[in-house]
Design a protein around this ligand. Structure first.
Ligand code: ADP
Length: 387
């Protein structure tokens, strides 16, 4: 009990200097060397030593950890520096190169487009290959291609219209010239024909065969020229139709009767497929002329034998008339010329028949179409019922 006061001091000092305390206890307080106090103190001492050693080990390990952490941090910093120094310029360079190529490609395509647009301006339409991409340049090229196609179509139409205009001007000039000549020829021709008729009557009983033949020849030739001059005058006259209400099937039958008389010897079968009555507002003389010309052409084409069929369809506002023959047809390269004045494939033709037909139908606000194969030709006329 008398050491109680010293125990805490000894314990704390003992932890600091255990060997000195042991000596002190033995020398000054005669504590037995083998007593439990010193034994316990020695155990505490060895534990403290162990603790110290463990503490030192921990310090060493933490130093190691610290060292490796520092090393790692430095490594990361170094790597970042390398990244900044190598990767960033590389990325920048490759980005720049990629940008350069993309720009080059865009500039190249835009240049091509510019050259093509310049050519288009000079009238050469050459569309660029159709791009499949969805980028702005591709959209631009596609838009240009559509525009070039539309322009090309327009130019083709313009050329066609220009050609038509030139043809119309030429035809108008020919028409004026022809009608002037026809007017001049009409009176002397009538006199020649009249004189030939008188002469023919005079030599009727004459035995002089050669005189008779010559006079008949003059008569038939003057008749032919009279027809040509008549056609020319009709073609140049462009008279406005004087319309009256007429039963069309009856008018057509009448025309066929006239033609039949001229072509008596021919084996032509005529048929008219139509309702009994179809009243149309037309100029009868002009429409008679239309069917006269169509029938004569059909009979000429069939060379004396065949079928001539007229079909009339009665629609509400329009009357459709088909004139079909079983002739050899019109060659394809002639089809777009047959309505031109003076176009003929016949030795004795004037080439005015169909152009007169065309003008008359046009003046009646109708239209005429032709359809032809090797088995025959069909002319289709559309006439408005009333205007
Ligand atoms: P022309 O009878 O004096 O030759 P047209 O203007 O009446 O003049 O006819 C022009 C040309 O059209 C004819 O020469 C002929 O070649 C062709 N043609 C017209 N009608 C027929 C037809 N029904 N069949 C075949 N060819 C035709």
């Amino acid at each position: 009990m008398k050491y109680d006061f010293f125990i805490p001091i000894m314990e704390s000092t003992f932890l600091e200097h255990p060997e000195q305390i042991e000596t002190l206890l033995k020398q000054f307080y005669s504590v037995s060397d083998k007593g439990s106090l010193l034994n316990h103190l020695r155990q505490i001492n060895s534990k403290v030593k162990e603790l110290r050693n463990t503490g030192e080990e921990i310090i060493d390990i933490s130093r190691e950890i610290d060292k490796s952490a520092r090393y790692r941090v430095q490594y990361v910093i170094k790597a970042s520096e390398v990244g900044i120094l190598i990767v960033f310029p590389f990325a920048f360079l490759s980005g720049f190169i990629a940008l350069f190529f993309v720009t080059q490609n865009i500039v190249k395509r835009l240049n091509e487009l510019m050259v093509t647009i310049e050519k288009t301006g000079e009238g050469f339409y050459s569309p660029l290959p159709f791009p499949s991409g969805k980028d702005e340049v591709s959209t631009l090229i596609r838009t240009y291609n559509h525009m070039a196609e539309a322009l090309k179509d327009r130019e083709t139409q313009l050329i066609k219209k220009e050609e038509e205009l030139i043809r119309h001007k030429k035809l108008a000039a020919i028409g004026t010239l022809a009608s002037g000549v026809a007017h001049e020829l009409n009176n002397p021709l009538n006199n020649i024909h009249l004189s030939a008729q008188i002469l023919a009557r005079e030599v009727k009983g004459s035995s002089e065969g050669i005189i008779k033949e010559t006079v008949e020849d003059i008569l038939s030739q003057s008749l032919r020229v009279k027809k040509i001059v008549g056609d020319l005058l009709e073609f140049a006259r462009e008279k406005k139709p004087e319309k009256v209400s007429i039963n069309l099937p009856e008018l057509i039958k009448g025309v066929y009767n006239q033609v039949e008389k001229v072509y008596l010897s021919e084996k032509i079968n005529f048929s008219l497929i139509s309702p009994e009555e179809i009243y149309v507002s037309i100029d009868p003389a002009q429409i008679e002329r239309v069917f006269l010309n169509l029938f004569t052409n059909a009979v000429d084409a069939m060379q004396g034998e065949g079928e001539l069929v007229v079909r009339i369809y009665d629609d509400e506002d329009v009357v459709k008339i088909e004139v079909s023959d079983t002739g050899p047809g019109i060659p394809e390269d002639c089809l777009d010329k047959i309505f031109d004045p003076f176009f003929t494939t016949k030795d004795k033709g004037t080439g005015l028949g169909l152009s007169i037909v065309y003008n008359i139908i046009k003046n009646h606000y109708g239209r005429i179409e032709v359809n032809s194969t090797e088995k025959g030709t069909t002319f289709t006329i559309y006439l408005p019922r009333e205007i």
